[in-house]
Ligand binder design. Structure first.
Ligand code: AMP
Length: 283
């Protein structure tokens, strides 16, 4: 595995592969890798000749009061994990290389970014789409692999790829979880052992919702109220939102119908966790 720091060099390497007819699979990450990330790398490897993983904690997607500075970073650890995971190129540019002095260009997907995470984290998705657009231009991937864990991000990036004619095949991989059901996340390491114990309530509440739907529940109000009560039983949990939306438009639903995304954000102390499930209703 080669480590590349310079955007220009990364672009040249990828251009050369493309010229030689090799397909490129790409996995963008912010590092502090876990099994969820490594599964994306494995999928990229199974579908392309060359695998590029980027590691960049993108300041543009963090709000001023968010955790950019304390976001976990451990380059050596990530490097070793990737080396064993079939990654060919680890692209790890510095902030100044990606956003030099006088940087002024941003990519924004409208509408979809006004809901859910976008409603509570203004500017977040503009940062995400901008960095991913830049990375796509450097790496020129044939396929890019993202996780369902960040459901809205997946929908927004697919829209960007469509609208801007990137011609990249977007693969959305299922959420990888710890044994307790807690979704793997770089931010899990902020949790105290008691918080971690209580944090499995996110997944449990989503399972509860799934069970209610299976048993015929079609009222969003009743579903959300049950989930709310269930999560509230955990003294350290503070609900940011629980939302039931159309899985494609991300618009809030009153009645459960079609393909539905149930997503939630819950705080444990200073740590904000998100999770979701997607489910398709027949009627
Ligand atoms: P991040 O490093 O948090 O920006 O995530 C990089 C990629 O990994 C994104 O596409 C995430 O959706 C994906 N990802 C993060 N956690 C998981 C998980 N538990 N399972 C599957 N994919 C994940």
């Amino acid at each position: 595995m080669k480590i590349i720091r310079s955007p220009k060099e990364m672009q040249k390497i990828c251009r050369d592969f493309k010229r030689r007819g090799k397909s490129i699979g790409f996995v963008p990450t912010m590092g502090y890798l876990h099994r969820g990330h490594l599964n994306l790398v494995k999928i990229a490897g199974s579908k392309s000749d060359v695998v590029v993983v980027s590691l960049f904690v993108n300041p543009a997607q963090f709000g001023p009061r968010e955790d950019f500075h304390r976001y976990p970073r451990n380059f050596k650890r990530d490097w070793l994990l990737l080396e064993k995971s079939g990654c060919d190129y680890l692209f790890a540019p510095g902030v100044r290389a990606m956003y030099p002095e006088g940087y002024h260009t941003y990519v924004n997907v409208e509408k979809l970014t006004g809901h859910l995470e976008g409603a509570v984290r203004p500017g977040h998705f503009k940062g995400v789409t901008t960095i991913v657009a830049k990375l796509f231009n450097l790496v020129q991937p044939d396929i890019a692999v993202f996780g369902q864990k960040d459901a809205q991000q997946a929908v927004v990036l697919k829209k960007m790829v469509d609208d801007l004619n990137y011609g990249i095949k977007m693969i959305i991989a299922p959420t990888v979880r710890e044994r307790s059901g807690l979704a793997c996340s770089s931010r899990n390491q902020y949790l105290s052992s008691e918080e971690r114990k209580q944090a499995k309530v996110l997944y449990q509440s989503l399972q509860l919702a799934k069970e209610m739907i299976k048993n015929g529940e079609r009222s969003v109000n009743r579903l959300v109220s049950k989930m709310n009560k269930f999560i509230d039983k955990q003294p350290l949990a503070e609900i940011d939102y629980i939302a039931v939306t159309n899985a494609h438009t991300l618009e809030l639903l009153n009645k459960l119908k079609g393909e539905v995304l149930i997503s939630l954000a819950v705080r444990f102390g200073k740590t904000r966790l998100i999770d979701n499930i997607k489910t398709k209703l027949r009627k």
